[in-house]
Write a protein that binds this ligand. Structure first.
Ligand SMILES: [Zn+2]
Length: 199
């Protein structure tokens, strides 16, 4: 029988399942929490619970939000004729930080990746095409990541949207190839938005 109490083993296992956390880090975090004040551990547990209970996917843009439609989709200050398509909710935050974009968003929740078995059906692409069909959209700005999967996804979407007679643009080069949008600095990302190109 293991000398480690079951609750300790369980927390280590749960933490190990998180991205970027190996067994060593999971153990370190677990023993940190064991020594931390009870309130700190409870506050963390409560925050994890609430992140699931008090958030929804926006029914328009599929961003994670406190209500649906989200605050961006329902804002009268945003331009509803522009839709910026991103892979992940964190990419919305990155673009918002530039303060250069006033349109709406569409979050795909991933990118096309044959290696990982992710096809277009697994992403919110059909919903995007429907959104554009429903009207009043003048430009779809493809802001998927500048890597293989992101490019493939952008090309796939462009093929679906262009026949609808809507302007389709792609973020300008200058973003590090193979990189992630969420890690791009604000200036680079602002320039990429500014210099977006027709597809
Ligand atoms: Zn929304």
């Amino acid at each position: 029988m293991s000398a480690t109490p079951k609750p300790v083993t369980r927390l280590i296992e749960e933490l190990s399942r998180l991205p970027g956390i190996g067994p060593k880090t999971a153990s370190r975090l677990t023993y940190f929490l064991l020594r931390a004040p009870a309130e700190q551990a409870q506050s963390l547990a409560e925050a994890i619970r609430q992140v699931k209970e008090r958030t929804v996917l926006c029914s328009v843009c599929f961003n994670i939000a406190e209500s649906s439609p989200c605050s961006i989709c329902s804002s009268p200050d945003r331009d509803p004729t522009q839709i910026c398509v991103v892979e992940e909710p964190l990419d919305v935050l990155a673009i918002e930080r530039t303060r250069q974009y006033q349109g709406l968003y569409h979050v795909l929740h991933g990118a096309i990746s044959p290696v990982e078995g992710i096809g277009p059906e697994e992403l919110k692409i059909r919903e995007l095409v429907q959104r554009v069909r429903n009207g009043n959209v003048h430009e779809v700005l493809l802001a998927t990541n500048p890597n293989l999967e992101g490019e493939a996804t952008a090309m796939y979407i462009a093929r679906q949207i262009l026949p609808l007679g809507v302007r389709v643009t792609r973020l300008a080069r200058g973003l590090p190839i193979g990189g992630d949008l969420e890690y791009a600095d604000e200036v680079t990302l602002a320039q990429a938005l500014e210099g977006r190109q027709e597809i």
